[in-house]
Unconditional design. Structure first.
Length: 70
């Protein structure tokens, strides 16, 4: 049996940080999903995305981490 690998991103943010208004998991996932040739979304505190390109996964993770560090 052969397996096909597909990247999956999951972002969870605590409610107190969401209330500060600086981070939104749904927005982070939507931006990062483009880098893995995919789509996704969710709520401000929890979101998921899937894609087709595992090669874009490091850039997608960097995108999320850069947003968190701001």
């Amino acid at each position: 049996t052969s397996f096909q690998t597909k990247p999956l991103l999951t972002v969870a943010i605590s409610d107190d940080i969401v209330k500060q208004g600086n981070l939104n998991a749904g927005q982070l996932v939507k931006g990062a999903a483009k880098l893995i040739s995919g789509g996704g979304g969710g709520q401000p505190h929890f979101a998921q995305a899937g894609g087709k390109s595992e090669d874009g996964l490091p850039a997608a993770i960097d995108f999320i981490l850069d947003a968190i560090r701001k």
